[in-house]
Design a protein around this ligand. Structure first.
Ligand SMILES: CC(C)(COP(=O)(O)OP(=O)(O)OC[C@H]1O[C@@H](n2cnc3c(N)ncnc32)[C@H](O)[C@@H]1OP(=O)(O)O)[C@@H](O)C(=O)NCCC(=O)NCCS
Length: 386
């Protein structure tokens, strides 16, 4: 826990996100010190309710994506709930949401309304396909954006160009766009602080995943796929994924001319190539291979299972895992924020919030409502509590 000044500690975010894309984005802002208040329906967001990998009542992904946040429940389909949300927006700097296009407008909270509530509001509308264009009404998840930005096909091509497409592990179609969304928001904040102007940010998973794909620049320049390029100009590197004698796998990447020279000197063979490396690896344990190539200062890594990543001494030395305690899931080692900043080091301040844990703070302390009013909201089911 720290009380040091953080870059966003005078910023309040109304977080109307769900699943991965939006929550990851707002968690970045929370890490940097913003007061991020997740607004959930009294029955809980769809990401809280998912039933796989549940710990302390919520799925592990909810724990992963919602650190350092506060949580209020408000039924925005109820007039009073919506009114309270509007009051909260008036006292905030940023609204982030990743509902399907049109849901905010149906709620009566389009950008025109948000601007009236708070003229310099920064409104980040995250979506699958953007707020405009022929596909804007389509719903989306990471794998939808990965598919259409051609990452799924390219991942399959990396294994076998004739084989099926392969989905990327994890949800990089959420985490990548979520990180970019945080960058867009912080840039908009800088603009607001210089000019007093807020703005709307239309941030689409598909646009952002498209921007990540270098194969598109290859196609635009040369109308070829990475596979065709590799056949045409294989490059001079020596590397790949290889299975060692002990059954473990290693990744080797000697791709620069210097690295190739080092590899050839190491094996005292001017003709040393990928095939010879593969043979060498099959005759040695993964540790022997890694130790040898690390010593030679060549890029190499054992291919870890998640449990190995968690046990790695280097990551421990970098303090990438810190013990925290969730009131219902108990103690566990959470992943620390992955930057090292010499003045404003982000830290885990709190575990993923319980549903409505900050109802009273938001409604009574922040918005100045009475205890009686608060109790009435509870009775009417406008809010819920854990
Ligand atoms: C993820 C997604 C497919 C989920 O779809 P969904 O569960 O049908 O949810 P939608 O976003 O379409 O709609 C949300 C609904 O919840 C309602 N809602 C949201 N917060 C609420 C609250 N606090 N109280 C009451 N209702 C609430 C909305 O008003 C909306 O209702 P409506 O459709 O009647 O207008 C969809 O939100 C989507 O495509 N989002 C954009 C892309 C994205 O971010 N995907 C997730 C990647 S991890």
């Amino acid at each position: 826990m720290t009380d040091k000044a953080m870059p966003l500690d005078d910023i309040r975010v109304v977080d109307m996100t769900h699943v991965w894309f939006g929550p990851w984005c707002t968690m970045m802002l929370a890490y940097m010190g913003a007061e991020v208040i997740r607004v959930e329906p009294p029955w809980g967001g769809i990401d809280r309710l998912s039933q796989s990998g549940v710990f302390g009542g919520v799925p592990y992904t909810f724990h992963h994506l919602n650190l350092n946040k506060k949580d209020v429940t408000l039924n925005t389909k109820n007039e009073e709930g919506l009114e309270i949300l509007k009051e909260l927006i008036k006292k905030s700097d940023i609204v982030v949401q990743n509902m399907s296009v049109g849901a905010m407008e149906r709620m009566g909270l389009g950008y025109d309304v948000l601007k009236e509530l708070k003229p310099d509001i920064i409104y980040a509308a995250l979506s699958g396909f953007g707020q405009t264009g022929p596909y804007k009404d389509r719903k989306s998840y990471a794998m939808i954006a990965e598919a259409m930005s051609s990452h799924t096909r390219l991942t399959g091509d990396g294994v076998d160009p004739e084989g099926p497409p392969i989905e990327m592990a994890q949800a990089y179609g959420d985490i990548g766009p979520g990180t970019m969304a945080a960058f867009a928001i912080v840039s908009a904040l800088r603009h607001r602080d210089r000019t007093g102007e807020g703005q709307m940010l239309d941030l689409a998973q598909l646009d952002i995943m498209t921007s990540f794909n270098t194969a598109i620049t290859l196609w635009q320049l040369g109308q070829m796929t990475p596979e065709e390029m590799r056949k045409k100009s294989p490059g001079g590197g020596i590397g790949g994924l290889f299975k060692a004698k002990d059954g473990e796998w290693v990744r080797i990447g000697a791709y620069s001319p210097n690295a190739v020279d080092t590899m050839r000197k190491l094996f005292d063979d001017d003709e040393f190539n990928k095939e010879k490396l593969e043979k060498y690896v099959t005759e040695h344990t993964s540790k022997e291979v890694v130790d040898l190539l690390v010593e030679a200062r060549l890029p190499v890594a054992p291919i870890y299972q998640t449990k190995d990543t968690c046990a790695d001494p280097h990551l421990a030395a970098r303090e990438m895992f810190v013990e925290i305690e969730h009131p219902k899931a108990g103690k566990y080692k959470a992943i620390n924020f992955p930057f090292k900043m010499s003045k404003t080091q982000p830290e885990i301040q709190s575990p993923a919030p319980l549903l409505g844990q900050d109802n009273k703070y938001v409604i009574c302390d922040l918005l100045g409502k009475s205890e009686e009013f608060y109790e009435e909201l509870k009775k009417k089911g406008v809010i819920s509590w854990t």
